[in-house]
Each structure stands twice: as structure tokens, then as C-alpha cells.
Design a protein around this ligand. Structure first.
Ligand code: NAP
Ligand code: HSE
Length: 431
């Protein structure tokens, strides 16, 4: 009989418990697919005495991740504990020893991907990370392998389930931000520190990984401009609806003739855009390749079993490589690409400007915008006479640097009370 492959698991939380459960539930199926049995050898947790909702021999649990990762008998190390250290050191050491690694840790990959790849090359080991981006959606494999015949020109992703869940609850059910966030946490979607979700950091890490695969270049999370959803109000969501749009936290990567745009921010998209139909904790990645055209990948982007599904696919890949005696495939960056500064990015914009309702105010604002090459596509006025009113503008394409300069000047006009909101607009024919 074929010897079982020995799996060590770092972490038995939301994702780890799902991995342990699937290893048991699908043991026979996985053995068929992996070319032999998969054996869970040890599991590292912070607190081995904590009650767990997964049926596991307590003797497998260990409070020391170093001991688990350094076990000389393991073939595959699965890291689902999160954070930078000790994960970075343990994974690099394991890879250098030739242990194949599967990780769901986008933060680590986006900060130290080059170091991990280098360690994998040194050890001839595989580095697998399907679960790190978009949970259960097999987008990493699609970009690394299935789309090799394309030059990817643009990628738009809803890659954070927590923020999509919050925005959906705020849009569809008029639930407040705090209540929606609490629900996302209870459902296991949110990161240990939910600010990583809400502020766009989690999506930025995922975009750095996706763009690296799409464009064959090395990007880090710090290369990605990000703005979160914490400043969005029910008024913004209603205004978007009135304009026939919805607001999504989009991760956007575009090839701009040798430079790339990398940005994560709330974005207004038309209500009939395919990404507008992505609700709740679902994720989607919309890819445009020069040969294939438009593609959209859709599925559950977070949560125990969807993420475990991606981890198991990676474990099976690693097992197949081990059985065949080949070192794992590691997509390596082949190009150097500069990231376009955010100030040079071109976009359409939604602007909400609160003003005193006086004759000439509209003209004064339009004059300033025009002087900075910001052209207005549409405008509506909201509010009562004799009270401050909101002027809602949607612009044509404008350069961010020019828009910011215009807004600074607009904010100084005597009739203008405040710039209430600025949201980038994508997805129409102009974008
Ligand atoms: P989690 O529920 O907080 O679980 C973390 C697990 O790791 C826990 O079992 C914890 O032990 C253990 N752990 C943490 N630090 C440790 C340390 N220093 N030593 C030993 N054990 C340690 O996290 P999660 O949601 O499963 O996420 C895990 C990873 O998957 C993260 O990188 C996350 O970004 C990524 N991810 C999560 C999702 C999702 O939907 N949750 C989706 C995709 C990717 P205790 O149980 O004893 O506390
Ligand atoms: N916190 C992440 C999310 C988990 O909400 O998408 C999946 O990576």
C-alpha cells in the first residue's frame, strides 16, 4: 500500500477546523485524487485546552507551532493561523527543507512573497496559496495556469467578503454599519482584526497577489493604494441608487502600457454591471484578457468550508507533485512593472458637495472644475430651498491630481459648506 502523506496543520480556527473536517469527511475521495492517503499528523494551536467544534484526537494538538512545523516526518505543512510571525519563519524553514507548503495567509504572501518563493526554489518545494485570495474561488490557479495564453489587461475584484457583506446589508436591508460588521464577525468572515477588512488592507494584500499573477510581476501590499468603507453613509448608498449605481469595495488592477494601476476603494458601478449582483460574503473576480475577453469568477470568498475547499485543492496538488517526485510549481515574476502613482490615475468621480442654495453657486463650482480639466457629465440637486443643499455631480474621466486640485479650490468657495463625499465611478462605457 502507498505510504500516507503526512500533513501538519498550523491553526485550527475558522479555516483550520474546516480543513480538518474535510480531511476526515472526504478521506477516501482525497486519497483517490492525491494518489494515496492523507494523514493529519499534528495540529498547532495557541491553546490546546480550548473546546473545539471539530471531532479530532486531542493528542494531535500542540501549543508549539515550531515543534509542529519542524517535525521531520511531515510532507506538507498547511498554515492557517495567520499573521506574519511565526508563520514567515516557520514556512521559510520548511520550504528550504523541501516541505511543500499550503497557506491561506494573504498578508504574509503580500508582504514576504519573494522571500517565500526564494525559500521554495532553494528547497525544491511547492508553495500553494489558492485560499489566500477569494476563498473558495479557484482564481489563483486560473491566473497562474489557465490564462497563460493571455495578456491580462484589467482585473476588477470583490475580494473581501466582510465588506461586501456589510455593504449588501446596508444597501438591501438598511442595516447600520456596526450591526452589519458584528454579523460578519459572528459568521467567521472577518479577520481577527476587522479593521484589516474595513480599511481595505485585506483586499490590498489580495490584489497584490492577483496582480502579480495576472501581470507576471512582483507587487507588495504597500504598492496598492487603498481606501476603506468606514466613511460611507446611508446617504451615499441612497445617492448611488438614485443614480442607478451601487457601491462596492473594488480591487482594481489595470495594465497601462508598461505601468499598472493598483487600487482598492469604494467604487460606484452601474446596477446592471455583473459585479453589482455579487451580494453578501460572495466574492467575484472579473478579468479581461486580450485573447479570452471578459471572464468572471464567482463564489464564496470567506468562511470555514469554502476556504477549506481551496486549501484541500492545494493539498491534493502538493500530494500529486510529491507522488510524482516533481518540485512544486511556483509562478515566478518575469517582468518589472512600475505602479502608476494614484495622483496620475484617471477615473470618473461622484462628488457630493454641500452648498448654500444661492444663485451662481453651481456656475462657480463648474468653472473651477472646468479650469482643472474636470468635465461634468451629470448633476442633480438634493435638499430644500433656504437650507444647505447637496449638489451631486458625476464627472467624465479626469486625472486624480487635477480632481484633487479642483476640489481644494471648490472647498474654498464662499458658498460651499463642505465636500461631503468623493467616490470613484467605474464600469460604464467611458471607464
Ligand atoms: P482564526 O479563526 O483566528 O484561527 C487561527 C488559528 O490559528 C487558531 O486555531 C489559533 O489557535 C491558531 N494560532 C494563531 N496564532 C498561533 C500561534 N502563534 N501559535 C499557534 N497557533 C496559533 O483564523 P482564520 O479565520 O481561520 O484565518 C486563518 C488564516 O486564513 C488567516 O491568514 C486568514 O487571513 C486566512 N483566511 C481566512 C478566511 C476566513 O474566511 N476566515 C478566508 C481566507 C483566508 P487557537 O484556536 O488556540 O486560538
Ligand atoms: N476577512 C476575509 C474576508 C476572509 O472577509 O474576505 C477571507 O479572506
Amino acid at each position: 500500500m502507498t505510504r500516507p502523506l503526512e500533513i501538519a496543520l498550523l491553526g485550527l480556527g475558522t479555516v483550520g477546523a474546516g480543513v480538518a473536517e474535510l480531511l476526515q469527511r472526504h478521506a477516501e475521495l482525497l486519497a483517490e485524487r492525491a494518489g494515496g492517503p492523507l494523514q493529519l499528523r499534528r495540529v498547532a494551536v495557541r491553546d490546546p485546552d480550548k473546546p473545539r467544534d471539530v471531532d479530532l484526537d486531542p493528542d494531535l494538538l500542540c501549543g508549539d507551532p515550531t515543534l509542529v512545523a519542524a517535525d521531520p516526518e511531515i510532507d506538507v505543512l498547511v498554515e492557517v493561523m495567520g499573521g506574519i510571525e511565526p508563520a514567515r519563519t516557520l514556512l521559510c524553514e520548511a520550504l528550504r527543507r523541501g516541505v511543500h507548503v499550503v497557506t491561506a495567509n494573504k498578508e504574509l504572501l503580500a508582504k514576504h512573497g519573494a522571500e517565500l518563493r526564494e525559500a521554495a526554489l532553494q528547497g525544491g518545494a511547492g508553495l500553494h496559496c489558492e485560499a489566500a485570495v477569494a476563498g473558495g474561488i479557484p482564481i489563483v490557479k486560473a491566473l497562474a495556469e489557465s490564462l497563460s495564453g493571455n495578456r491580462v489587461q484589467a482585473l476588477y475584484g470583490i475580494v473581501n467578503g466582510t465588506t461586501n457583506f456589510i455593504l449588501t446589508r446596508m444597501t438591501q436591508d438598511k442595516v447600520g454599519f456596526a450591526e452589519a460588521l458584528k454579523q460578519a464577525q459572528d459568521l467567521g468572515y472577518a479577520e481577527a482584526n476587522p479593521a484589516a477588512d474595513v480599511d481595505g488592507d485585506d483586499a490590498a494584500s489580495k490584489l497584490a497577489i492577483l496582480a502579480g499573477l495576472a501581470f507576471g510581476a512582483e507587487f507588495a501590499s504597500d504598492d496598492v493604494y487603498r481606501a476603506g468603507i468606514g466613511h460611507l453613509t446611508p446617504t451615499d448608498i441612497q445617492a448611488a441608487a438614485d443614480l442607478g449605481h451601487v457601491i462596492k469595495l473594488l480591487a482594481i488592477a489595470k495594465d497601462r502600457d508598461g505601468q499598472v494601476e493598483l487600487r482598492v476603494h469604494p467604487t460606484m458601478i452601474p446596477a446592471d454591471h455583473p459585479l453589482a449582483a455579487v451580494h453578501g460574503a460572495y466574492n467575484a473576480v472579473f478579468v479581461h484578457g486580450d485573447a479570452v475577453g471578459d471572464l468572471m469568477f464567482y463564489g464564496r470568498g470567506a468562511g470555514r468550508m469554502p476556504t477549506a475547499s481551496a486549501v484541500l485543492a492545494d493539498i491534493v496538488d502538493a500530494a500529486q507533485d510529491l507522488r510524482r517526485g516533481v518540485s512544486g510549481r511556483i509562478p515566478m515574476p518575469s517582468r518589472r512593472l512600475a505602479v502608476l502613482p494614484m495622483t496620475e490615475v484617471t477615473s470618473r468621480y461622484y462628488l457630493a458637495i454641500q452648498v448654500a442654495d444661492q444663485p451662481g453657486v453651481l456656475g462657480a463650482i463648474a468653472t473651477v472644475l472646468g479650469r482643472h480639466q474636470v468635465s461634468v457629465a451629470s448633476m442633480i440637486q438634493k435638499g430644500r430651498r433656504d437650507a444647505p443643499v447637496d449638489l451631486l455631480f458625476v464627472t467624465h474621466q479626469a486625472v486624480e491630481r487635477q480632481l484633487l486640485a479642483a476640489l481644494e479650490e471648490v472647498a474654498g468657495l464662499p458658498q460651499v459648506e463642505r465636500i461631503a463625499q468623493v467616490i470613484r465611478v467605474e464600469g460604464s462605457e467611458e471607464a
